[in-house]
Design a protein around this ligand. Sequence first.
Ligand code: ADP
Ligand code: MG
Length: 416
Amino acid sequence: IASLEEQLKDKLKEVFGYSSFRGTQEAIIKNILDGRNTFVIMPTGAGKSLCYQLPALILDGAAIVISPLIALMKNQVDQLNAVGVNAQFLNSTLTKTEMNRVKRETLSGEVQLLYVAPESLTKEENIEFLKKANISFAAIDEAHCISEWGHDFRPEYRRIKQILAQISNMPVIALTATATPKVQIDIQKNLQMEEADIFKSSFNRENLYYEVRPKQHTKKQLVKFVKSQKGKSGIVYCLSRKKVEEIANLLQVNDVKAAPYHAGLDAAVRIKNQDDFLNEEVDVIVATIAFGMGIDKPDVRFVVHYDTPKSLEGYYQETGRAGRDGLEGNCIMFYSYNDIIKLEKFNKDKTVTERDNARVLLDEMVSYAESSLCRRKQLLHYFGESYEHDCNFCDNCLKPREKFDGEEYVQWVLRA
Ligand code: ADP
Ligand code: MG
C-alpha cells in the first residue's frame, strides 16, 4: 500500500505534471485532508490553487471553490478539464440546461471541483441544491475580498461563511496573497476561523527591483524606460481608461508594440489584446488594474505604475506579476502628491468608514513613496514581516537620494 506521501506525489505527477511540491504545498494539502480549517497566505505565483485542487481529487464529494471573477474560474475549470478532471462552474453565464447538468453531476458525485461565483452561492435555489450534495470542503480563493482593508473588497464575500454554515459543517480553506495583518485578522474573524492553521510564506520577491520616481516629464521618462526594455514583456498600469488609451498610443507612436486593456473596451478587443500580450505579438500592455488577476505570464520583465496606486497592497499585487519565472523584474512607480489628491477625490461619494479606510491606505502609500528607507524593508514590514538588512536592490539602497522635499509632505499632513 502506497503511503500518503507517495499517493500525493503520484497525483501531482499524473494530473498536474509536476515532479515535486513547492514550498509548503504538501503540508497544506495534508492539513486539508485532515479536515482542518486552513488559512494560506502566499504571494502571487506561489501555487495556491494546487493546494485545494489536489485534495479535492482525493476526497469524496465535490469541493466548492469560490473565486471573485468568472474569468478566473473559467480559466481553472478549463485547465482542469483539459487534464481530465471533472471540474464545473456554477455562475450566471450558464443556461438552464447547463445548470441542470452541473447539478446532476454534482449530486451523483462525479464533480470533484465545483467553482461557484459568490453571487450564485447566495441564491436560495443553489443553497438548497448544495445542501443535498456531498461537499468535501470549501476553498475561498482571493479571500482578501472579505476585508474592507483589502484592495478588492467584495460585499458578497462577507456572506460566504454564513451560507456555507447553512449547507454543512465543512472545513474551510481561505487563500490570499494579501498579507497585511489587518486583512488577515478580518478574514479570520469573518470566516470564524480564528483557530485555523495558518500557512504563511515570505512575501519577499528577491528578483524584483523597486523604484519610485517623481512624476515629472513622466511621458518622456516612460518612453525612455520602455525603449530600454526593447522586446521585453511589460505592463504599464494607469488609473483611468482615458489615460490607458493615451499612453498606449504614446508608446505605439514611439515604435513600441503596445496595446490597451481596460473594462471599457469591447470584450473581443480586450481578449485579443490580452492574448496578443500572452503570445508576445505585443510587448507592452497598458492597462487599468482590471488587468492581471489570474494572468500567469512568467516572463513579465517590468511593471510600471504610471499613476500612483491607491494602496500598497494593490501595488504589491500588481508588481508581483513581474518576474514570476524568478528572473529579473523591474518595478517602477511614478509618484506625485497630485495623484494622491486625485485619488482622494474619488472617495468623496463613499461612506465615512470607506473614506477613512481609503485615506489610511493613501497615507501609507505617501509614506512609502516619500521614504528614503529600503523599499523592500518597508514593503515586507507592511506585510507583517521583518526584514533586517537593507536589500541593496531598490532605488533607496542603490542610489540614496537627497532627502525628499518636505514641502509636499507638510501639505499632505495639513490637508484636512
Ligand atoms: P497563486 O494562486 O498562488 O498566484 P497559481 O496557483 O496560479 O499561484 O500557480 C502559479 C503557477 O505555478 C501555475 O502556473 C502553476 O501551474 C504553477 N505551479 C503550482 N505548483 C507547482 C509545482 N509544485 N511545481 C511546478 N509548478 C507549480
Ligand atoms: Mg491564485
